[in-house]
Design a protein. Structure first.
Length: 95
């Protein structure tokens, strides 16, 4: 898994997610999602970029949409089939 490889190789990473992160479906990650610092709500991304000191942002940032085929409330924002790309483009548009 890419997160394991990054961690093993000393590459810092973080996931910014809408709603429930995809990795919540993998029980081994629940502790990190709930208690760790690597999974954050997407709404926090802009604040972190503006306010974290240089060198403290992770080397790799993943942005997770709300997937059409995952449990969620409200509209999906991914662009994976069968979803259209429109909602994903709205999600990544700067505020």
């Amino acid at each position: 898994m890419v997160y394991d490889w990054l961690t093993k190789n000393g590459v810092s990473w973080r996931v910014y997610h809408q709603g429930l992160p995809f990795f919540a479906m993998m029980t081994d990650w629940i502790g990190d999602i709930l208690l760790g610092d690597r999974f954050r709500p997407l709404e926090q991304l802009y604040n972190d970029i503006e306010n974290e000191p240089p060198g403290e942002l992770p080397q790799v940032i993943f942005i997770e949409p709300t997937y059409t085929d995952a449990p969620h409330i409200g509209p999906a924002s991914d662009d994976h089939a069968p979803s259209a790309v429109k909602d994903a483009m709205v999600m990544v548009k700067a505020p």
